[in-house]
Design a protein around this ligand. Structure first.
Ligand code: 13P
Length: 255
């Protein structure tokens, strides 16, 4: 049985002071939610402060990106060795990194390999752009992102996959549960072909893109959707706690 995830990606929001306030506002509520993996991904500069606040709680910590290299003359980059001291998870291949910072499937692949090697759990993001969606190319795009992003990687349930259609991110236009489950089913079948059926069945695949307290139930009521990667709504303490609570209630009822 897969345990669902609720992951907050704060993106480039919150100063250290704001991040600690936000954690204080949501921590007790999140900590009370059982049967769901809860992960917060603040900006790099807040990892340490947020990590201190999460100590002794059931809430885990993740970063939003990582350099594939371990150390050296790479000004401005953050290495897996640095992250491994601070957090357990790292978001890799987010569409905003692909779109604004030129990350290719090959770069994402190198980062995933490096994260796994250093004991970090990658939250590997994939998803099609609006034009691909409208051209009926969704499966082709995610199949390529999976094949290239996971190239040379032995099947691993340490990886969490987040299916985030780019057209649904930050637009308020979430995919329907039906659309999400269709693509997530395809992703699981693709992973079964790439690796084994057993690994594909045990690996968590989440939905992301305009998830809110109002629509979370639509996604997690499908047993194929193992929770959500949440952007905007994860910056609102009460709503994010509600998303985690809903996920726990529905998962418990349906499994
Ligand atoms: P929104 O929830 O703001 O649409 O962002 C989704 C996302 O990109 C999470 O990684």
């Amino acid at each position: 049985m897969r345990i669902p995830f609720v992951i907050g990606n704060w993106k480039m929001n919150t100063t250290v002071a704001q991040a600690t306030t936000l954690v204080r506002d949501m921590l007790a509520g999140l900590d009370r939610v059982k049967g769901v993996h809860k992960v917060l991904c603040p900006p790099f500069v807040s990892l340490s402060a947020v990590g201190d606040l999460l100590k002794g709680s059931s809430v885990m910590l993740g970063a939003q990106d990582m350099c594939a290299k371990t150390k050296g003359a790479y000004t401005g980059e953050i290495s897996p060795l640095m992250l491994a001291e601070l957090c357990q998870f790292v978001i890799l291949g987010h569409s905003e990194r692909r779109q604004y910072f030129g990350e290719t499937d090959q770069i994402v692949n190198a980062k995933i390999i490096s994260a796994l090697k250093h004991g970090l759990r990658p939250i590997f993001c994939i998803g099609e752009k609006l034009e691909d969606h409208e051209a009926g190319m969704t499966e082709e795009v995610v199949a390529r992102q999976l094949a290239e992003g996971l190239s040379a990687i032995t099947g691993s349930t340490a990886i969490v996959i987040a299916y985030e259609p780019v057209w649904a991110i930050g637009t308020g236009k979430a995919a329907s549960g039906e659309q999400a489950v269709a693509t997530i089913g395809f992703i699981r079948d693709t992973l079964a072909r790439l690796w084994t059926n057993e690994i594909a069945c045990n690996l968590a695949i989440l939905y992301g893109g305009s998830v809110t307290g109002d629509n979370i139930a639509e996604f997690v009521s499908y047993k194929e959707i193992d929770g959500a990667l949440v952007g905007g709504a994860s910056l609102r303490a009460e709503e994010f706690v509600h998303i985690a609570e809903q996920t726990a209630i529905i998962a418990k009822a349906s499994h």
